[in-house]
Design a protein around this ligand. Structure first.
Ligand SMILES: Cc1ncc(COP(=O)(O)O)c(C=O)c1O
Length: 466
């Protein structure tokens, strides 16, 4: 491929082959990045994250729904720098645990832009959400309603006149700038907590069963049959204010039709009670992990979801939320590895210095990626390439990053670039085999900066209590 050539849509926006024939991301030469920061390393093009955030927001405007907001599903890349960037871009944030709530607040999201999800929220997680006064708790089950009812009594009495108590969530370090609604004393008392009810609309999209959530037997949300009882129960709790409905039908969906059926199901629930003020249609827009994949564009997806909401009868004055995760971050990132060994038996095995500890997705649900040698780049399947398997370094036969790779004469010392690793890689990383987790390096206009350092061996023993 000629130098100066832009790389495919799988790579971060603006990626290209530079004059030296090296893959360049965010204006930075990946061979130089590997030299400077070591491998494995997560490399993220900052401008790409911003561009996708802006595309979602702009698409909402163009779809003509005034009260439309983009909620980043923080589980996709729960890293302070990423969260802070999206907070700056005016996005909202969804969290699925107290830890994610801590990260979101710490990164600068105002509580009134935070939603909490979860099918098994603990008392302490709900308490933290109430005290932080987040915008919405998305109720998943009847037990959670009872739990919230009991907690609201406790939290409100703690804020009753004369009881001075900080609203700083227990896990937020003192001294950090944290958005929390008004301080202490009588004005801190909140008359109610806004909530959504999570519906399971019995819509199944074409995706891996482990990331399909909208079907009737899902562990998430209330079945359609239980929704009337859930609404009644929520409305019977004085401290809960039901604002609307939520659904998330699954992830890595490449077709638009299931989203139309989802909107219709949510609209149908609302029609029985004269419409709600908030409808949250979840995330799920798929991304290209390989050049051959062509998911819907952000504009197309937002247009479809908003259009479907209108057609289905969701009131035009209602607040519409969408919760993309991977569509905001996956293609903004690449992972750099170094080849440690090349061996041939039935296959050619290219062993690299990372694997399932930095990217669990291939092992977890057979996720497919492509790979390239950073300084001998060829399009996937180009003539003369060596068909090979890119294997991780871990003690599991299933630890394979790319099963059907084709590389130009791979050798030990080569730097390998795997694109589209910006979602759920960092999030699911582990220390399996005592491997320290990789750094996150932000690149922009040719400048690179570490936003999460590489773990050290000391980190591996930091939690020991001996
Ligand atoms: C409730 C909810 N919203 C949004 C998302 C984000 O999904 P995706 O990354 O596929 O957009 C998820 C993913 O698990 C989810 O559970």
């Amino acid at each position: 491929m000629a130098t100066g050539t832009s790389l495919s849509h799988v790579f971060p926006l603006g990626s290209r082959l530079n004059e030296r024939g090296h893959v360049e991301v965010g204006g930075c030469d990946t061979i130089e990045l590997a030299r400077e920061f070591g491998t494995p390393a997560y490399v993220v093009a900052e401008d790409d994250l911003r561009a996708r955030a802006r595309a979602f927001v702009q698409a909402g405007r163009e779809a003509g729904h005034e009260d439309f907001h983009v909620v980043f599903a923080s589980k996709a890349f729960p890293c302070t720098a990423v969260l802070g960037l999206f907070a700056e871009e005016g996005l909202w944030c969804d969290v699925a645990s107290a830890g994610e709530l801590h990260l979101a607040l710490n990164a600068g999201f105002a509580p009134e832009r935070i939603l909490m999800h979860g099918n098994a929220k603990s008392v302490s997680e709900l308490e933290m959400a109430l005290r932080a006064r987040i915008a919405l708790i998305v109720i998943d089950n009847f037990d959670e309603i009872d739990r919230l009812a009991r907690l609201l009594d406790v939290v409100q009495s703690a804020h009753a006149p004369g009881r001075a108590e900080s609203v700083r969530p227990a896990h937020v370090p003192a001294g950090r700038t944290v958005h929390a609604r008004s301080g202490t004393g009588p004005h801190a008392a909140r008359s109610s907590q806004d909530v959504l009810i999570r519906a399971t609309p019995d819509v199944r999209g074409d995706t891996h069963e482990k990331i399909s959530t909208g079907q009737a037997d899902s562990k998430f949300g209330f079945s359609m049959a239980d929704i009337p009882a859930a609404i009644e129960r929520v409305q019977s709790v004085a401290g809960l204010s039901l604002q609307g409905m939520h659904a998330h039908i699954g992830s890595q969906l490449l077709e638009l039709e299931p989203f139309r059926r989802e909107a219709a199901a949510l609209a149908q629930i609302g029609s029985g009670v004269g419409g709600f003020s908030i409808y949250d249609l979840g995330g799920g827009l798929g991304v290209a992990y390989t050049e051959a994949q062509h998911p819907p564009e952000i504009e197309e997806w937002v247009g479809t979801v908003v259009g479907a909401a209108h057609e289905a009868g969701i009131p035009p004055h209602a607040r519409l939320l969408v919760e993309p995760g991977r569509a905001l971050t996956a293609n903004a990132g690449v992972t750099l590895y170094t080849v440690e060994s090349v061996k041939r038996n039935v296959f050619t095995w290219v062993g690299v210095d990372g694997g399932m500890s930095d990217n669990l997705r291939p092992m977890l649900y057979g996720a497919v990626y492509e790979a390239h040698v950073a300084d001998r780049f060829n399009p996937v399947g180009a003539a003369g390439e060596t068909p090979c398997v890119i294997a991780g370094k871990h003690c599991e036969s299933g630890d394979v990053i790319v099963r059907d790779a084709s590389l130009d004469d791979p050798r030990p010392g080569d730097v390998i670039v795997v694109p589209a690793t910006g979602a759920y890689g960092f999030a699911m990383a582990s220390n399996y085999n005592g491997v320290p987790r990789p750094p996150v390096v932000f690149c922009k206009d040719g400048d690179a900066r570490v936003v999460v350092r590489r773990e050290s061996f000391e980190d591996l023993t930091a939690r020991d209590v001996l």
